[in-house]
Design a protein around this ligand. Sequence first.
Ligand code: NAI
Length: 299
Amino acid sequence: MGQIQRVAVIGAGTMGNGIAHVFALHGYEVYLVDISKDSLELALDIIARNLMRMVKKEKIREEQKEAALSRIKTHTTLEMAVDRVDLVVEAVVEDFSVKADVFQKVDRIAPSHAILATNTSSISITKIASVTNRPERVIGMHFFNPVPVMQLVEVIRGLTTSDEVAQTIMTLARELGKTPVEVRDFPGFVSNRVLMPMINEAIYALYEGVAGVEEIDTVMKLGMAHPMGPLHLADFIGLDVCLNIMKVLHLGLGRDKYAPCPLLVKMVLAGKLGIKTGEGFYDYSQGTKNKQVSSMFRK
Ligand code: NAI
């Protein structure tokens, strides 16, 4: 297992519970921290259900599930959770001031050898590292949703991240059964730099009347072998998240081609954020499996 044995995962939401699941299943002691007790309870419940599904599919044995669950301890404060860990993976909300506060506190409490990783999807690793006294030990470890299923970990080196820390995290990701890819700290890294302009362009195609919602998604699914069309994927990610990432690309890279489509901006203003609000490009009122094109875009 190498030099990392104890891991704190900060934030027990969508990503945090998946990250805790994967570390615990691979034998690491996990300290899962969230300010919300409800989030922690829900996370444990989701992890147990997801592990149970793996048992049913005969991917793991019942004993492995039980062992993984016994390795996860939950905490509502950082103090007890990070004072003996070798690695911290932060997965709190995508807000720099919240992350900066977490990193400053963790930096004070965690042992000096501990690596501090962030699962941010768009904030600069160099900027997060700069609020700590150990910028060479801060790195991006960008997992994908759902974490137990998705193969990729984008490992992002900040300007100050040391070679040793980058190597440790690349090796660790492989030990978790993932495929790591090392990238540099630029807005959107690789994943969102390529994905989000594609989604934005699909929204432009709809906005300009090139084709309808289903037609655009069908072209990308059947013509390009994408498992999900870009408009359906935008609904899945959340249109507010897509808009925020386009703003990060536009501001950080300074080119007009990254300007968010006015239709995306309007949909977020209207609260049509995709699956989480029941409507985006599609209407999910009959359930996610029975989606229909939203009445806003029916011909
Ligand atoms: P989420 O909203 O599901 O969960 C965030 C959790 O952080 C909540 O449970 C909240 O109570 C907790 N939290 C907030 N402030 C905290 C604090 N100061 N200390 C401890 N816990 C705190 O968010 P989600 O989707 O899991 O995202 C987490 C991070 O992962 C974000 O940086 C996001 O950009 C990134 N990400 C999200 C992906 C996704 O598909 N949802 C994919 C890849 C990265």
